[in-house]
Design a protein around this ligand. Sequence first.
Ligand code: PBG
Length: 329
Amino acid sequence: MGYPLYRPRRLRESPLLRRMVRETRLSVDDLIYPLFAIHGRGHREPIPSMPGQSRLTVDELVKEAKDAASMGIPAVLLFGLPATKDPRGSEAYAEDGVVQQAVRAIKETIPDLLVITDVCLCQYTSHGHCGIVEDGRVRNDATLDLLARVALSHVEAGADIVAPSDMMDGRVGAIREALDESGFQETPIMSYSAKYASSFYGPFRDAADSAPQFGDRRSYQMDPANGSEAIREVGLDMDEGADIIMVKPALPYLDVIARVKQEFGLPLAAYSVSGEYAMVKAAAQLGWLEEDRVVMELLTAIKRAGADLVITYFAKDAVRLLERERHRL
Ligand code: PBG
């Protein structure tokens, strides 16, 4: 049926009609808000390359989490900056580590907020890699035990979901086994399944002080040129017991999000990373982009591609914008 019988503009004229035929809707239920925990009290350290985001001492982090929860955001994703680093990243699995403290504090004050923890070693290791380093190489199988210990320590502190982001082969299975053995069969794993070796993590590495001290992460994170490999990665994680899968970053990988959604029925998260946030913020500061509209377009596009959940530093802004939209219509 072609023009003039079919006129697509008929459905675009009225704002009410546009609302009725809209195919994708961002909801507060989709949002996951990342937070950075530091040691100390009463302190917020602004992150220069991520305007509006700060590293937070545990007491401040609880306030921020409370704020997010009161806006209806269902979940936060926690990262930690340790007091000291060593080759094995031992604070990552310490009972009194900064993330473990933050988890306990949030669960005590806001038990209904879901706490997801990032499971990795790179913020905690002196060399800045996501695994054990021997002879200048990141060792896969030697790292799995440590990752399982990290995940278990988070769950013991009260974490609702653990999210391994290291990209070692077999880590989802190793974590699942460790959790099951300790009686945490019910705790879901959200796996960073298709995580690319991306330059869009730059601002995060400033924020979390997690840049590798030698080399880069290309021996374990995915080559940005590969799409089919993402399908294999997600398949492995699913077989190892992942409950929620993830594609990261989001904006430059919308095709991967779409393919993964089509191929697998699992809930799919997309991580709109620090560099995506920084690009929008920088252009908005220069007056080159209209931040509010760009944020909604970006998050809606990520959902349209196939993501069920969106991890974004814009989570609180998105809730405000969604509410504004609702009042306007
Ligand atoms: C840790 C980790 C990283 C991010 C999330 N978990 C950095 C990295 O892999 O170097 C990036 C998040 C962001 O850029 O917002 N492995």
